[in-house]
Design a protein around this ligand. Sequence first.
Ligand SMILES: Cc1cc2nc3c(=O)[nH]c(=O)nc-3n(C[C@H](O)[C@H](O)[C@H](O)COP(=O)(O)OP(=O)(O)OC[C@H]3O[C@@H](n4cnc5c(N)ncnc54)[C@H](O)[C@@H]3O)c2cc1C
Length: 427
Amino acid sequence: MYDVLVIGGGAAGFYAAIHIAENRDNTKIAILERGKEVLTKVKVSGGGRCNVTHAEFNPSELSKNYPRGEKELLGPFHTYASGDTVGFFEDRGVTLKIEEDGRMFPVTDSSQTIIDCFLTEAARLGIEVKTLCAVSGIELSEENKNLWKVKVGDNAFLTKKLLLATGSNPKMWSYVQALGHTIVRPVPSLFTFDIKDERISKIPGVATHAEVQVLPNRINSNKKSKIKQDVSGLISDGPLLITHWGMSGPAILKLSAWGARLLEQNNYQFKVQVNWVPDYHKNGLLELFLKVKEVEKKTVLRTKVVDLPKRLWANLVKAAHIKDDMTWPEVSKQQLIALADQLTAGIFQVNGKSTFKEEFVTAGGVDLKEINFKTYQSKLLPNLYFAGEIINVDAITGGFNFQNAWTGGYIAAKGVVEDLNTNVELE
Ligand SMILES: Cc1cc2nc3c(=O)[nH]c(=O)nc-3n(C[C@H](O)[C@H](O)[C@H](O)COP(=O)(O)OP(=O)(O)OC[C@H]3O[C@@H](n4cnc5c(N)ncnc54)[C@H](O)[C@@H]3O)c2cc1C
């Protein structure tokens, strides 16, 4: 019999358990983890460095990084956000540093620092950590409807409060669904685009700042107007990386996150329009080219007049049917229009997706409408709490996914503690 059982020994589960134990003495808490090890995702996160959070300290700006959860997380972030996470780790001797793009990592550049911090805290606070403990069922106890019965193999544990922090686990979602909760169908988020195209072939590793927009999908022309409306927001800008398979980098990953559901509906077959020189529109760029044409005598290939990697410029010049030895005076206005078009509005066909450095999150999970975000408690069932990726929240890359786990873990812990204290008063 436990006061609190936390299912899932990941980021959210540990954060919640530590905050419960820290804020309430004599509370019997266990974390049940199905794996041999705990915190395995933390271990591999951020390429082994663990991108703990993001240096965005304004709650409303922070919430804008969550394609699912933007509205619902605003309140929770006013209670607990990145600054509080930094404080939590600082208090335990773990200093975080901010990188140029705002991502925050432990100064050790090792995710093991975060794991050690959690394991030390759990031991200090007397939290039982039970590994190889896969939960195979949850139900309200027949004898006492205020208690949860948690099945592990042939055994069962009873608990007053149950906190589910099992991440994107389909089995746990099915148990929760059987209890009456709605599960928003899971689809992958944070993926790169598979593109086979001469303009970006043979130049993997080339990176530049670009603006990318998903275009209405002609395959679904019968539903064109709806899809047009849906994708109108699917535009992003940022660093774009050309890979062996297509396009990656923050500009693409952002689109994959915001468009996760829509792009899945289109079976990952769609077109993107890329502006490789976002400072320019087509006409402005053409004007620049016409001026250059009057003064420049060298070949177009060798006179890169915009800020762009050389090899990409060469590919786009070729795509505009401008020969390698053609000089500016020789090139026609029509060809310059074609080049301006390639540079500001190049269209690429996407045929599928690939994972990004093995890093992915799942969009979908427990329906946000069924969670009270003041406590992360189920609105449908008593004494049941959720935290982390199990709920229908996910973010773009940059430390935001862990911040969801920390914020949910903290607020659920607060809810559990308040509830346990109230029950004691009533008893
Ligand atoms: C390779 C990779 C790198 C990433 N890097 C970053 C990063 O640097 N920064 C960032 O913000 N996000 C990153 N993410 C996303 C981030 O890891 C997740 O959003 C985060 O781990 C979610 O935490 P969670 O506690 O909700 O779930 P998880 O960390 O997935 O933990 C859930 C735990 O529950 C356990 N479990 C599941 N079912 C059961 C069951 N039935 N019984 C018992 N235990 C169960 C699982 O074994 C697991 O240990 C990365 C993801 C991946 C895949």
